[in-house]
Design a protein around this ligand. Sequence first.
Ligand code: ZN
Ligand code: ZN
Length: 632
Amino acid sequence: MAGELQLVIDGEARSVQSGCTAWDLPERQEHALAVWVDGQVLDLKRALPQSGTVQWLTFNDFSGRQVFRHSSAHLLAQAVKRLWPEAKLGTGPALDDGFYYDVALAEPLQEGDLARIEREMKKIVGENLPIERVELSRTEALTLFDQRAETFKRQIIEGIPHDAVISAYRQGDFIDLCSGPHLAATGLIQAIKLTSVSGAYWRGNEVNPMMTRIYGTSFPSEDELTQHLVHIEDAKQRDHRKLGPSLDLFSFREDAPGFAFWHPKGNQLYRTLEEFSRRLQHDRGYQEVATPWIYRVGLWERSGHWDHYRDDMFLIERDSEVLGVKPMNCPGHALLFKGATRSYRDLPMRLAEYSPLSRFERSGTLHGLMRVRGFHQDDAHLFVSQDQISQEMFGVLDLVDVMYRAFGLTHEVVFSTRPDNYMGDLALWNQAEANLEEILRDRGLKYQINPKDGAFYGPKLDIAAIDSLGRRWQLATIQLDFQLPEKFDLHYVDADGEFKRPVMIHRAIMGSLERFLGILVEHYAGAFPLWLAPVQCVIIPITDQQISYAQEIQRKLSRYGIRSEVDDRSQKMGYKIREAQLAKVPRMLVVGGRDQTNHTVSVRTRDQGDIGAKPWPDYLHQLIEEAEMPLA
Ligand SMILES: [Zn+2]
Ligand SMILES: [Zn+2]
């Protein structure tokens, strides 16, 4: 009907009056901070679009938090302007776990000023000022910020494209140039902590004036802020660069910057992770391959790496030619595909590889396992026909879901669409993007759109996982590629006998296994679940009399693939239990004289302590079941 909006709200199709805002809807959730409509985040009080699916964004959603933190940055700027009216404002974005604002003053602000600013911010929270969006013409915007002597804002306005809408957000007597979105009122920001100040050049350029960058974080309640500060302390304790060596998993040496030494336990962990990925992929029709890791420079020229990636590659000169060590598997898989005549019956062809990759990361950027020079990925390339794109993307997202759920990680999706400098067929782009959006909607994923942020060769999905400390890690990338098949002149024979160009999908789900393991070490604080733990079981004989019984148990465990150790040192039982507990071993089987006679084991678990004596063969079967990989 004309004048009405066709919306899907909480899964139900509804028509609502034109001009209606999310704030007006009776379904509005109490804790909603903003609203999400088909990839766009809007203020609650902004008019809703003609049609779309509406979802509520709370502080628990990444985009909801971004709105909250960015509004906190405005609040900070308002407080600074109240205290120092002559301050000139730069910009104030949200960060993953807080926000900052850059301000310029004749005298830079100091840490000692933070308490005062924080008090002023709390006052403005108490005033519960409504936050309102205003749209301005270019002239209005320039006049408004010139009147306020906001010279940096003038520079921003001058850079805004002429066809773009210019908007500002007002709260009380404060107004900031901003595209939004924002919270409905300042009163929602109940807990604030300003954390530090540093110097920052305007626009990051040292020829520009130096400003003061004020960092802070904020939450809807004091409890959540306290929890966050505890998490920060926890994160320091869990730092994988500390835990890794102390759990004897891995180490780094100056002799090989950016390459990890995997100790036996760490290597076991690594192999288990790889095996988990391999089995999940095998069930989904992936075929594992191994391709060369050094290629002649001609290949890198053809793939485009030579032009765009050369500085990040390890290069070797031999026999007066240059060879490049591979930073990724894509060209190798393209060559492998090209190596035979392919028919439509071979598609989709899903090639997986775990072989070593290397990238020349600058030494200053190396950081434990999180940024290394030598690594492996759970990498795969899917060669598909155009009409298989949807089905295959759906399958990959399903795998992401299964894989992350196995580790108790939730995830968020960012969808990057066609950039202005795109290459290839526009119709193909449009179709692929429409398909991707449909899949994301079908799967009920709350995705965010980064308009025009795709690679020139195809749209992509970036997937971030959220760990047990609420931290966000960019892990998976699913990239559609219309270009590489052109560059390598790939084709297959279709059902009609015609040669057709396949589409390539690049995808890695854990991403770098090294980095993923670093994240898991911190996520679990080293206490890995039973199926993943490098040592799953320690068998502790109470006296030397039970050593042979302990060894018999170990042999049995080993036969069924359970990784165990016998602690036969001549130490007290209590000491051995404490050591196993510190090493975060999930199960301890204590065996004394009575266990040997009755054929039992006295079981302690890492998380529950003593759970009593269990008949041995029964407990073995229980353990086998509990230690199964979460492949479902
Ligand atoms: Zn803003
Ligand atoms: Zn690739």
